[in-house]
Design a protein around this ligand. Structure first.
Ligand code: DX5
Ligand code: ZN
Length: 224
């Protein structure tokens, strides 16, 4: 299994200072930056578009992981690829043609992934495993930061781990397995042990007095 990556979510950052906030977590050693895109249609909230992504891109070198909570998905793929996204993930039930959307993301030079809401069955990944770079399990209902971790994510995480390990055993490419929502200093250790190799953390990082310190504290919690 590949080593654990932490992706601070800019959703919990100070929106008037996004460049500084992104630089702070990069300097603290963040592996990538999680960029939550909400459209007031697929989810009941509105956040950042490709122009903001492009502006943030100019401040950091680490990969930007764009999480599309939008419907439709396809029209935004070229725009975010152009804005400097490295990874683009979307919710399968928000795309009419999941296989086509995955192909579209890859054609634009980005890594592709699917995001599963708490009630979305893992079966959505079954026939597209070879086209996935990432599987992201939502451990809250998408739309807001700072929500409480939904415990039903734990068995689902172990099941997803098994599916991915099986896929790799049969010669498939590795797929990163992430968890997004309600990750805190208190639960991060057991989420990692259940099989996640990527963790999104919003309020746990940017809710700290300084984002770099918040990030370092997470790292120290994982070592103990
Ligand atoms: C929720 C977003 C998450 C969110 C996580 O819809 O997809 O990425 O930023 O924030 P925390 O870590 O505060 O739950
Ligand atoms: Zn997210």
């Amino acid at each position: 299994r590949s080593c654990l990556q932490i992706a601070p979510s800019l959703l919990a950052a100070d929106f008037s200072r996004l460049g500084d906030e992104a630089r702070a977590v990069e300097a603290a050693g963040a592996d990538m930056l999680h960029f939550d895109v909400m459209d007031n249609h697929y989810v009941p909230n509105l956040t950042m578009g490709p122009m903001v992504c492009e502006a943030v891109r100019r401040h950091i070198r680490i990969p930007i992981d764009v999480h599309l909570m939008v419907e439709p998905v396809d029209p935004l793929v070229p725009l975010f690829a152009k804005a400097g996204a490295d990874i683009i993930t979307f919710h399968p039930e928000a795309s009419r043609h999941v296989d086509r959307t995955l192909a579209l993301i890859r054609e634009h030079g980005c890594k592709a992934g699917l995001v599963f809401n708490p009630a979305t069955p893992l079966d959505w990944m079954q026939h597209v495993m070879d086209k996935l770079d990432m599987v992201l399990l939502m451990s809250v209902n998408p739309g807001f930061g700072g929500q409480r971790f939904i415990e039903g994510t734990m068995p689902k995480l172990r099941a997803a781990r098994q599916r991915i390990d099986e896929h790799v055993r049969h010669g498939g490419r590795p797929i990163r397995l992430g968890v997004d929502g309600g990750v805190t200093l208190d639960n991060i250790g057991r989420i990692a042990r259940a099989g996640a190799d990527m963790l999104v953390a919003g309020s746990a990082v940017f809710g700290a007095p300084d984002a770099g310190g918040g990030y370092s504290e997470i790292l120290s919690r994982l070592r103990t």
